[in-house]
Design a binder for this molecule. Structure first.
Ligand code: ADP
Ligand code: ASP
Ligand code: MG
Length: 855
């Protein structure tokens, strides 16, 4: 059991340690406790070493001693003899300075005292608390091995140990007792000098011991409940990784997840000792289990990590590239300077490598020496500080297609290097260090949205850090009406007849009321194309919504059910002239979006007031097919044609009363609508006649578990701010999907299953598919799918959920973990209230889904 710096720094933590060790003893295990130095002590010791002034060194040693006295005070313990000896030795080392032992050996010995002291203290506490604990000097058990190309520095400060099972050590300990405490971070080399295992190396000590003793298990107790999909301090929505195999965990650790020292997994592989990561303060939380077996699961990115302090060395050949042995000459220099190369990129005349600070003791001297030697064979450029951002997951190369939005994000940055590891476990981007902190949470969210990080697989991904540790502000999934109160109704409806769409009106109302809290918005229109069911139109009219229609058919459907007083918008696109002529006979406010309409049919609009839909030059949204801005999309009048449009409007006596822009759907960034309002407002200032600005819809609905909801309160704030800057315009919005998506589900029944590829690929067939719900096929949209008949059974196997349509694209969901199904089970496809039924088709002449309303 290894306890890290924060886990050993206070009395309450030591009380937890006592309980944990006692509970393992109660299970009959013998326990070896490996401890770090109290948090901050290794840094303090390092600083002491850097101090040239003897007096200041002695003072520093005293302050360090005081930290230990204070803790003993809390424990109401006298200073034990073992600790007093250590403190005296440290005081002597401070007094002596490096001259006797040499700089590096002295510094290693000084730093080793952190762990020597904490373990002495811990031994006294545990023994005193009734758990007799033997203090073991780790240096007597861990022998550093000499490695080729090690220099003095790496030998003393970043040593390695060969940890083969050692029955003699086991026997020796068995004679001594049942509970032991020893130090992390330190070992001894062949000449008897104390050496260090590198910063954070206590984890690796625990693994060495685990391998030497062939332990049942290595437990790493720290300040977080395991390894997460990203550093949880940086990305609170990061999810707990419940199970990992050695290789993946190793990759996540060595690409930046500080929770495990990068070297701590390799000693465990051969003896197949599993490793568990747990939170000392919250032992009830499950933690991360790392072991040899690979579990079958959907291909998924497992984590995103970042390493700062990366140095790139770019080497330009001076006409020698073709020469045999050039690379050997270049790399000989790295070898000679004891530097380990991380990534490599090469071209005809250039080779660029990265140096990782956790694997190398990089300082400016080391780099300058390297550069000057390299200069003899090539032109050298050192690029620093950089950061490496790494996506980790088994089979990374087969996941590239899921990464398009993530890759797009790098389009706006300077990417110095891209590297994919030859073990197919990682994809790394080297960028400027300064961009990382802001970028990482954003990329993590994009990975989830894009379905690249498959947080829906609950066998793999546990709760988010926020859910485990947060202030309880995590919003519960809004669309759980079908899971909770109405499940029995749905099962009955599904047993009667499928396919069926079921809409829950209270959820529609709840969403409507949430949007009505947007104080800056003067008028909300429901974009009826999402769902034209009359009961939904009526409910939203009752909530005071206006209606946005894109065709005469929609206008007629709305006018048939809503009162005369409800405002109507008609915003067609590439509609024929008759549509406009007809719409002008209704009370709808009309929107134009091209020069053509005024140029050729000007007389139709004479004397009218219109809305002008603009293309602001960029599109946004969850998929290319839902982005409605930019030259690649057919919507809106490009801003550069505005003057021509206004001249034509003048000619025909047409007044532009409103401006409108809608950039796409599925937008979860609250700042977006503020920008649109600001842009439209500044254009409106030029026109003069405008009284309202319609900033569109596109409010995203999170679909993947773990994806953050749009923050309506934040949106409210943004809108109030921009409106305060341009208070003279009315603000209109036109949400569609946001109001109805979560209110609707599609019920369908299991027809059969099929296995392919020796049973590795399993298909689960249901009685409807893309004919009822085309979003997965059209937009690669992700809809949660559950077996409603077996909601309480464990989801065990992965299925491709497919329909009966004669198209390979007829897939409702890929790689879904579900319970073993049976013919006739009722399946539920969630978030199907928007763009479901309205986009369904009679394709293959299969019956269309019925629609049912739940009040
Ligand atoms: P200890 O002192 O117990 O060894 P560390 O500070 O070395 O603890 O490691 C735990 C810390 O690692 C966490 O508090 C967290 O800030 C950081 N960390 C970085 N990346 C990850 C990740 N992917 N999962 C969990 N923790 C991470
Ligand atoms: N105390 C050492 C350090 O701070 C080793 C460790 O805590 O893992 O780097
Ligand atoms: Mg650590």
């Amino acid at each position: 059991m290894k306890f890290g710096g924060t886990s050993v720094a206070t009395l309450p933590r030591w009380q937890n340690i006592l309980e944990l060790v006692a509970s393992r003893r109660a299970e009959g295990a013998r326990v070896l406790v490996v401890v770090s130095a109290l948090s901050g002590i290794t840094d303090a010791l390092k600083q002491m070493c850097a101090q040239e002034d003897k007096g200041k060194r002695i003072e520093a040693a005293k302050a360090i001693a005081q930290r230990h006295y204070d803790l003993l005070d809390h424990m109401q313990l006298a200073v034990p003899g073992t600790l007093a000896d250590r403190l005296a030795e440290l005081a002597q080392l401070a007094e002596d300075g490096p001259s006797l032992l040499g700089e590096l050996a002295w510094s290693a010995l000084v730093q080793a005292h952190g762990e020597l002291m904490s373990s002495a203290l811990g031994s006294a506490f545990l023994t005193h608390s009734g758990l007799p604990t033997q203090w073991v000097d780790a240096r007597d058990c861990l022998s550093a091995i000499a490695l080729p190309n090690q220099n003095e520095r790496t030998k003393l400060l970043s040593a390695m140990v060969e940890a083969k099972p050692d029955p003699a050590l086991n026997a020796r300990l068995a004679e001594l007792g049942e509970v032991f405490i020893t130090q992390g971070f330190i070992a001894r080399e062949s000449q008897g000098r104390t050496v260090l295992l590198g910063r954070g190396g206590s984890d690796t000590s625990a693994s060495y011991f685990g391998a030497l003793l062939k332990a049942q298990r290595v437990e790493i107790w720290t300040d977080v409940a395991g390894m997460f999909t990203a550093n949880p301090r940086q990305v609170p929505s990061a999810r707990l990784l419940q199970r990992l195999d050695y290789e993946e965990a190793q990759e996540i650790a060595s690409t930046g997840a500080k929770v495990l020292h990068p070297r701590c997994l390799s000693p465990l592989r051969e003896p197949r000792v599993p490793l568990l990561i747990k939170d000392t303060n919250r032992p009830e939380l499950e933690g991360t289990f790392i072991g040899p077996e690979v579990r079958e699961h959907a291909p998924s990115v497992k984590a995103i990590s970042a390493r700062k302090g990366i140095t790139l060395v770019s080497m330009e050949s001076v006409g020698m590239w073709q020469q045999v042995g050039f690379l050997a000459d270049v790399f000989a220099n790295f070898k000679q300077h004891g530097l380990s190369v991380d990534m490599i990129g090469s071209a005809e005349t250039n080779v660029t490598v990265s140096l990782d600070p956790t694997e190398n003791l990089l300082d400016s001297d080391a780099l300058a020496a390297l550069a000057s030697d390299l200069a003899k064979v090539c032109r050298v450029k050192v690029i620093a500080p950089c950061a490496a951002i790494t996506l980790v997951g088994r089979g990374m190369r087969s996941m590239l297609h899921t990464l398009s939005t993530v890759l797009a994000e790098f389009g706006q940055l300077r990417v110095h290097m891209i590297s994919q590891s030859s073990n197919n476990l990682n994809l790394t981007f080297v960028v400027d260090e300064s961009v990382v902190d802001e970028l990482l949470p954003h990329l993590h969210e994009l990975l989830i949205t894009a379905g690249a990080l498959r947080t829906d697989d609950s066998a793999l991904f546990g709760p988010s850090w926020q859910a485990l540790y947060g202030s309880g502000e995590v919003l519960p999934p809004a669309a759980s009406w079908w899971r909770d109160g109405r499940r029995a109704d749905l099962l009955k409806l599904g047993a009667e007849h499928t396919p069926r769409y079921v809409y829950h009106l209270p959820t529609v109302r709840q969403q409507a009321r949430e949007l009505k809290t947007l104080a800056a918005v003067d008028r909300l229109h429901y974009a009826v194309k999402a769902n034209t069911h009359p009961a939904i139109l009526k409910a939203l009219a009752e909530e005071g919504f206006g209606f946005e229609c894109v065709s005469p058919g929609e206008l007629k459907a709305v006018m048939a059910v809503v009162p005369e007083s409800a405002p109507l918008l008609f915003t067609p696109n590439f509609a024929p002239r008759e549509d406009y002529e007809w719409a002008l006979t209704t009370r709808a406010t009309l929107s134009l979006d091209s020069i053509y309409q005024l140029e050729h049919w000007g007389e139709v609009f004479r004397g009218r007031e219109v809305v002008l839909r603009l293309d602001l030059g960029r599109g946004l949204g969850h998929h290319e097919k839902v982005r409605t801005g930019g030259s690649g999309s057919k919507f809106g009048l490009p801003v550069e044609q505005l003057d021509a449009f206004l001249r034509l409007a003048d000619t025909h006596g047409v007044t532009v009363r409103g401006l409108h822009a809608h950039l796409g759907s599925g937008i979860l960034d609250d700042g977006h609508w503020g920008e649109v309002y600001g842009q439209l407002a500044s254009i409106a200032e030029r026109i003069g006649s405008v009284t309202f600005l319609d900033i569109g819809g596109g409010l995203g609905v999170p679909s993947h578990p773990g994806e953050a909801r749009l923050d309506i309160a934040a949106l409210d704030k943004v809108l109030r701010e921009v409106k305060a800057a341009y208070p003279h315009y009315q603000l209109w919005m036109e949400p569609g999907r946001y109001l109805v998506a979560e209110a609707g589900v599609l019920l369908t029944r299991v027809t059969q299953t099929k296995g392919k590829g020796n049973g590795t690929i399993r298909y689960l067939g249901v009685d409807t598919g893309m004919n009822s719900l085309i979003r997965p096929a059209l937009y690669e949209a992700w809809h949660e799918i559950v077996n409603l008949s077996r909601l309480d059974e464990e989801a065990t196997a992965l299925f491709q959920v497919v329909g009966p349509i004669c198209e390979s694209g007829d897939v409702l969901g890929t790689d879904r973990r579900l319970p073993e199904p049976q013919e006739g089970d009722v399946m539920l496809v969630a978030q199907a209230g928007a763009y479901g039924k309205v986009m369904s088709s009679p394709y293959n002449l299969r019956d269309e889904a019925e629609e049912i309303i739940l009040e």
